[in-house]
Write a protein that binds this ligand. Structure first.
Ligand SMILES: Nc1ncnc2c1ncn2[C@@H]1O[C@H](COP(=O)(O)OP(=O)(O)OP(=O)(O)O)[C@@H](O)[C@H]1O
Length: 240
């Protein structure tokens, strides 16, 4: 389970995440929605321990990201919205590095790298340096790193942006499999069609505050009378 309690972040006097409470249960694909600048990436960076929070607590599988950062980081895999680290490494070197960090055995890593690199059409690029990769290839390389260590929780920031249709389809299938195996897939997006198609549960934030959290079917019940998800989203985020 992921739990955010009263999480607040202020940049230079401007509060961009405001007393945010969220609970994400295992077995779900959880969509985190909001317009540009709503505070999605900031929240994800606090969940993953990249940014400190000013107030509140975040736990992942009962581990507190501020009190037990290492133990908490072992619970999840993270794909950021921009992947521009380790650019001098070759894809295969990066994946072996991740496997080393997470103590994945030689046999398992070999099988998993082979399987997932082929599935994501990365196999032919593995011996090139990451700086030669496109945005989508970099995203898929980081994703491959997550798949290699098989964490309970996936945290994905705009994971489908920049992926070609085949890779997007593969990722959506992997997300479904992960949730169906009783694990958590938490992802941010502003692509409403993707959210509607994929999510079991959603949270909508605007200006750092929660406007809705509930099952996808509860959200859909709100837009039965001629409203689609887009108009409901615009209404909830004050842009109708
Ligand atoms: N390092 C920073 N310094 C100052 N303000 C920041 C910083 N990072 C983000 N912000 C501000 O915090 C707010 C939330 O930004 P954030 O990137 O979390 O939004 P987002 O919901 O992920 O947006 P998008 O959908 O455009 O990626 C915005 O107003 C942004 O300008």
């Amino acid at each position: 389970m992921i739990e955010l309690s009263e999480v607040t972040k202020t940049y230079a006097g401007k509060t961009v995440v405001h007393h945010l409470d969220l609970q994400i249960q295992p077995g779900k694909i959880f969509g985190f929605l909001g317009p540009n600048g709503a505070g999605k990436s900031t929240t994800i960076k606090m969940m993953t321990g990249i940014l400190p929070m000013d107030e509140g607590h975040i736990t992942i599988n009962g581990k507190d990201i501020e009190k037990e950062p290492l133990e908490t980081k072992l619970q999840f895999g993270y794909v950021p919205d921009k992947s521009d680290s380790f650019l001098r490494l070759k894809g295969i070197e990066y994946l072996n590095f991740i496997a080393d960090i997470y103590d994945v055995s030689e046999e398992k890593r070999k099988d998993r790298i082979e399987y997932y690199a082929k599935l994501l059409d990365l196999d032919e690029a593995l011996h090139d340096q990451i700086h030669t990769y496109s945005h989508g290839m970099r995203q898929k390389t980081v994703l491959c790193g997550v798949l290699i260590h098989q964490p309970d929780v996936w945290i994905l920031d705009e994971p489908l942006t920049g992926l070609d249709p085949k890779s997007a389809h593969v990722l959506k299938q992997l997300m479904r499999e992960q949730a169906d195996a009783g694990k958590i897939v938490f992802f941010s997006s502003h692509v409403l069609e993707v959210v509607e198609q994929l999510c079991d549960e959603v949270a909508i934030i605007d200006q750092g505050s929660l406007r809705f959290q509930g099952e996808m079917h509860e959200l859909k019940e709100e837009f039965q009378e001629g409203k689609n998800l887009e108009s409901l989203f615009l209404e909830l985020t004050g842009h109708a």
